[in-house]
Design a protein around this ligand. Structure first.
Ligand code: TEU
Ligand code: CA
Length: 549
């Protein structure tokens, strides 16, 4: 089995992880300080959200130099040391590869403003329509149109995200060559692969007007086009295949069949993908129209993707999503049990699990008191658009509280001291005021904590073959219960997940408890019997050989 299938990944959002020099911004030295913590947790791979030079319009997802480290995060020496120190602890590092766009402060873009520069064609420049309108009717991911005017040449450039993030032109072989060089540079430094940002939208097959939609008008011309597949195969063949590394693609609006085409082994494109469907359970079409979270639909969606792909990238949280406990758990009285239940589920599915910083202690959504405390460019744009549409202030506030990306970006809560031990100064984004209740230090001391459960669950996953490589099989999905099995020729593990704050009776199988948030490991369950699953219980039972089917 490949090492990237066996290991558990931990995503670091460097800005909010640990600040060592007191400027209120997390840094690379801070990550080095916590390597022992991560090793102890059982982490085998780190994914760093972008640490490259960037003017930070989108917190590093707008890169101005792929070959240097963001000044606020430290130096290239710090980065080299991080790779080395992680290696000593057998932790591999993957970098965020953001290639759909660069910052408009990138040297390429600055030069490309000149019509006669060879860099002009690195980006997508177009004349406006003869009636004075934009080159097409596309709308961006961040609640704007997709074109920005440049007076000097009387043309517009395309941006699918913020206007300071100009889309690269993947019809230009010189661009692809640059990307290969960047990848080679980092792989030579000893990193172990890439998380590829919005990778399934890089190739635009046409710039015609799109069919008008509630969001992302124009997306039929760039979601998972053949051009993207070609580029992925090239990057694989010419660069990635020469290293012991892997890729995980962030792929927006993919269906299972598109997903298969992007990461099926035989196609030699990506190794796995982050799909989004299970993150859309509590929204109508776009995340700004909330609906009730349904654990049944959540389980069905997970099961659908488990069955569709050979290997999934498993995640319930990242730097763009609200915190899973705030989002999926109705009864906050059970925060601790629910946090462990979610850990049981995440780490027993088939695929490579990704844990986002703070998830392992059950951090919750941002508890800001004023919209002024929100920093994210997406939230700000949505606010402006909603205002323009005359939506009432209370409704805008409600939308942002529920879906803002800042929910997951508040500083990591290390201990019960000022600013949660993240920094000695006021953090760049306000800390969640519940750091006294939820922090690493107190959970390390508490045997019953979410943190210690994650640690144990990671160990169990590593030591239990069916959880690593077994087939996935749904047993039942009801309103609140998700029951499935992981099956190898030698062993069957059955997983029970209770998504409600009520007890539920189930019929058990003959077996032994591997792990659970209420029961003792090794506890025997003999003969078929009714068992009352407790509120938010998560339970894994190893079935005995004399199985009653
Ligand atoms: O995100 C892409 C993406 O489509 C969404 O996750 C988006 O951030 C938002 O949720 C839409 O509602 C990736 C990065 O993860 C994100 O942080 C960047 O802002 C974005 O690409 C642009 O690089
Ligand atoms: Ca700092």
């Amino acid at each position: 089995m490949e090492w990237w299938k066996e290991r558990v990944v931990y995503q670091i959002y460097p800005r909010s992880f640990v600040d060592t020099n007191g400027d209120g911004i997390g840094d690379i030295k801070g990550i080095i300080e916590k390597l022992d913590y991560l090793h102890d947790l059982g982490i085998g791979i780190l994914w760093l959200s972008p640490v490259y030079a960037s003017p930070n319009k989108d917190n590093g997802y707008d890169i101005s130099d792929y070959y240097s480290i963001h000044k606020e995060f430290g130096t290239m020496e710090d980065m080299d040391l991080l790779i080395k120190e992680a290696g000593i602890r057998d932790i591999k590092i993957i970098m965020d590869l953001v290639i759909n766009h660069t910052s408009t402060e990138h040297e390429w873009f600055i030069k490309s403003r000149d019509k006669n520069s060879p860099y002009r064609d690195y980006y997508i420049w177009r004349k406006g329509k003869s009636n004075g309108k934009l080159p097409n009717n596309w709308t961006s991911f961040f609640a704007e149109d997709c074109w920005e005017y440049d007076e000097a040449s009387d043309e517009y450039y395309l941006h699918l995200f913020a206007k300071e993030q100009a889309d690269l032109n993947f019809d230009n072989p010189a661009v692809i060559k640059e990307i290969k060089d960047i990848m080679t540079f980092w792989l030579e430094k000893g990193i172990a692969g890439f998380r590829c940002d919005v990778i399934n939208v890089i190739y635009k097959s046409s710039l015609e007007d799109g069919k008008k939609k509630l969001a992302l008008t124009g997306s039929e011309y760039y979601i998972s086009k053949e051009g993207t597949h070609n580029i992925l195969r090239q990057l694989r063949k010419d660069v990635l295949s020469k290293y012991d590394c892997f890729t995980v693609g962030e792929t927006v609006f993919v269906t299972p069949s598109m997903g298969k085409d992007l990461c099926d082994k035989a196609r030699e494109e990506l190794d796995m993908i982050f799909s989004f469907e299970h993150m859309e359970i509590d929204q109508y079409f776009v995340k700004w129209f909330p609906r009730k979270f349904s654990s049944k639909r959540f389980a069905e969606t997970i099961a659908k993707w488990q069955n569709a792909l050979e290997w999934n990238a498993l995640y319930f949280e990242n730097h763009d999503q609200p915190r899973s406990i705030s989002r999926m758990i109705k009864d906050s009285k059970y925060r601790q049990e629910a946090g462990k239940m979610l850990a049981t589920l995440l780490l027993s599915l088939k695929g490579t699990p990704f844990i986002y910083q703070g998830q392992e202690i059950g951090m919750t959504n941002f508890d800001y008191t004023s919209l002024d405390e929100i920093m994210d460019v997406e939230s700000k744009n949505v606010y402006a658009l909603a205002k323009k549409l005359h939506l009432p202030e209370w409704y805008i506030e409600k939308m942002i509280r529920k879906a803002s990306r800042d929910n997951a970006r508040t500083p990591m809560q290390w201990e019960d001291s000022l600013y949660g031990g993240f920094s000695i100064s006021k953090p760049w984004l306000k800390e969640n005021q519940n750091y006294g209740l939820i922090n690493v230090k107190s959970q390390q001391k508490d045997k019953e904590s979410i943190l210690n459960y994650y640690k144990e669950m990671i160990k169990v996953r590593r030591e239990t073959l069916p959880l690593l490589e077994g087939d996935f099989k749904v047993i039942s999905i009801d309103k609140n219960l998700f029951v499935f099995e992981r099956v190898t020729k030698q062993e069957v593990n059955r997983i029970y997940i209770n998504f409600s704050n009520k007890e539920h009776n189930i019929m058990t199988v003959d077996g032994e408890v591997i792990i659970g948030n209420y029961r003792n490991n090794g506890e025997r369950i003999l003969g078929k019997q009714t068992l009352a699953l407790k509120a938010y219980e998560g339970l894994i039972i190893k079935r005995f050989k004399t199985m009653d089917k």
